[in-house]
Ligand binder design. Structure first.
Ligand code: ADP
Ligand code: MG
Length: 229
């Protein structure tokens, strides 16, 4: 479904002394329809950069991304923009903290001009274990786990084909962590959505993934397969 070909990203920074960081070098990966693929690497290895490139939030320095055999280019529009969604490590960065949960959940519907019903919103909330009473609440009044589940509901509303999960549980306590992982597992069984699960925690990856790429200093150095039988 998605492949990358020699995907590379170099960041330049500094005004006087131009400094270059080679965050990613010639990354070739493949994500099949409905597959759960892990991306494991230490902090600073380039995981978030890779997710941002695939999500169309960053322009690659070199290389290409293909989705269903078609080369994709920034900015993503229309169906493509809905098809690839990202869940961030810090859910608070994905929301306007002054908005109510309802306004936040409805934002993508407005953005993509998708009709919605109250019943649909209730069902969406139900899928992530939130309730109608949460809707009128200010986002500041939600816990970290609730906020990440709200972000997940907003992603699910777009019925994407691929969700990029950038350390989705690393900021959460162990109970919220287990909750989010089980929601992700159940949602995938029902919808067949593909996941790229990014983590520095092998246990989290092993729990959910069929296989996993190992990223070291911007280079894919290996691949592991897991047998869940
Ligand atoms: P990870 O998500 O695995 O922790 P990142 O993709 O965030 O890794 O970062 C990879 C490398 O690129 C790091 O060395 C980081 O400092 C650098 N980097 C990330 N974002 C930027 C940026 N906007 N400008 C300059 N360097 C960056
Ligand atoms: Mg990161």
């Amino acid at each position: 479904m998605l492949t990358t070909h020699n995907l590379s990203k170099t960041y330049s920074s500094g005004m006087l002394l131009r400094q270059s960081t080679h965050a990613l070098k010639d990354v070739n990966l493949r994500i099949g329809r409905g597959e759960t693929v892990g991306l494991f690497g230490e902090s600073g290895s380039g995981k978030t950069t890779l997710a941002n490139l695939i999500a169309g939030a960053l322009e690659p320095t070199r290389g290409e991304i293909f989705f269903h055999g078609q080369r994709v280019r920034m900015p993503y529009r229309g169906a493509l923009r809905r098809s690839i969604q990202m869940l961030y490590q810090h859910p608070e960065t994905a929301f306007d903290p002054c908005w109510s949960l309802k306004k936040s959940i409805l934002e993508p519907f407005r953005l993509h001009k998708i009709p919605w019903t109250e019943a649909q919103i209730r069902e969406l909330l139900g899928q992530v274990g939130l309730y109608e009473e949460h809707l009128s609440r200010n986002l500041r009044a939600l816990s970290g786990g609730e906020l990440q589940r709200a972000a997940l509901a907003r992603v699910m509303a777009m019925e994407p084909e691929l969700i990029l999960l950038d350390e989705p549980t690393s900021m959460l306590d162990s109970i919220s962590q287990a909750q989010v992982l089980s929601i992700l597992k159940r949602y995938q069984q029902q919808h067949g959505t593909a996941y790229l699960l990014i983590s520095h925690d092998k246990q989290v990856i092993r729990h959910l993934c069929d296989r996993c790429y190992i990223l070291e200093k911007g280079v894919l150095t290996g691949e592991e397969r897991y047998n869940h039988e």
